[in-house]
Design a protein around this ligand. Structure first.
Ligand SMILES: Cc1cc2nc3c(=O)[nH]c(=O)nc-3n(C[C@H](O)[C@H](O)[C@H](O)COP(=O)(O)OP(=O)(O)OC[C@H]3O[C@@H](n4cnc5c(N)ncnc54)[C@H](O)[C@@H]3O)c2cc1C
Length: 169
C-alpha cells in the first residue's frame, strides 16, 4: 500500500481528495471511528497560499467536544475577544465574543497551515489515518457498486479504491 509506485493499488474504506480543512477534519473524524481512510493531497505541504487565520468559537467548541482543545490552545495563537471599528469620532463594537455560550469566548488567530498541521498530528494518533502528500487525484473510478480515485504521485500512479463495508467482512 505505497502510493508512488507505478500502477500501485491501495484498498481502503474511504478515500478523500484534498487535504484542506474539510479533508483533514473528515479524515480525522473517520479515523477516530476506526474507519480506514486515505487523504490524498496534491501539494507537498500545507505551507503555501494564505487561506486565512481565524478559528471561530464554534470551531473551537467542536475541538472541545473532540477532546483536542487543550492541546490546540498550547500552540502559538492570538485570542481576540472583541472587534471594534472607528466611525468618525466614534468607536463602534462590531463583535463581542464574551457572551457566547461556548468554552472559548474568543476568536483564535492561527495560520491555516498550522491548523492543518495540528489536525493531521491528532489524526495520526489513529493507525486508520493515512495522509499522502503530492498525490493529486486525477480520476473517479466507479465499478461494481464501489468507487475510488486515481491519484498521481510524483512520477508514479496509484489507484485508491474505497470499497463497501461488506467487502471487508
Ligand atoms: C484569502 C483567504 C482568507 C481566508 N480567511 C479565512 C479565515 O480567516 N477564517 C476561515 O475560517 N476561513 C477563511 N477562509 C476560507 C477558508 O480558507 C476555506 O473555507 C477553507 O480553506 C475551505 O476548506 P476546504 O478543505 O473545503 O477547501 P481547500 O482549503 O480549498 O482545500 C482543498 C485541498 O484540496 C487540494 N486539492 C485540490 N484538488 C486536488 C486534487 N485533484 N487531488 C488532491 N488534492 C487536491 C488542495 O491542494 C487543497 O489543499 C479564507 C479563504 C481565503 C482564500
Amino acid at each position: 500500500m505505497i502510493v508512488g509506485r507505478m500502477n500501485e493499488v491501495i484498498y481502503t474504506r474511504c478515500c478523500i481528495a484534498g487535504g484542506g480543512p474539510a479533508g483533514v477534519m473528515l479524515g480525522f473524524l473517520l479515523a477516530r471511528m476506526g474507519i480506514d481512510v486515505f487523504v490524498l493531497e496534491k501539494h507537498a505541504d500545507f505551507l503555501r497560499d494564505f487561506r486565512g487565520d481565524t478559528i471561530h468559537p464554534s470551531t473551537l467548541e467542536i475541538m472541545h467536544e473532540l477532546g483536542i482543545l487543550d492541546e490546540f490552545l498550547k500552540r502559538p495563537h492570538q485570542e481576540i475577544r472583541e472587534l471594534a471599528g472607528q466611525v468618525g469620532q466614534d468607536s463602534v463594537t462590531i463583535a463581542d465574543f464574551t457572551h457566547l455560550p461556548t468554552h472559548c469566548r474568543f476568536l483564535a488567530f492561527m495560520p491555516q497551515w498550522d491548523f492543518l498541521d495540528f489536525i493531521t498530528e491528532q489524526a495520526r494518533r489513529y493507525s486508520t489515518f493515512h495522509l499522502k502528500m503530492q498525490a493529486g487525484v486525477t480520476d473517479l473510478i466507479e465499478e461494481k457498486g464501489w468507487c475510488g480515485g486515481r491519484a498521481r504521485k510524483n512520477a508514479g500512479r496509484a489507484t485508491a479504491n474505497s470499497r463497501p463495508a461488506d467487502y471487508w467482512g
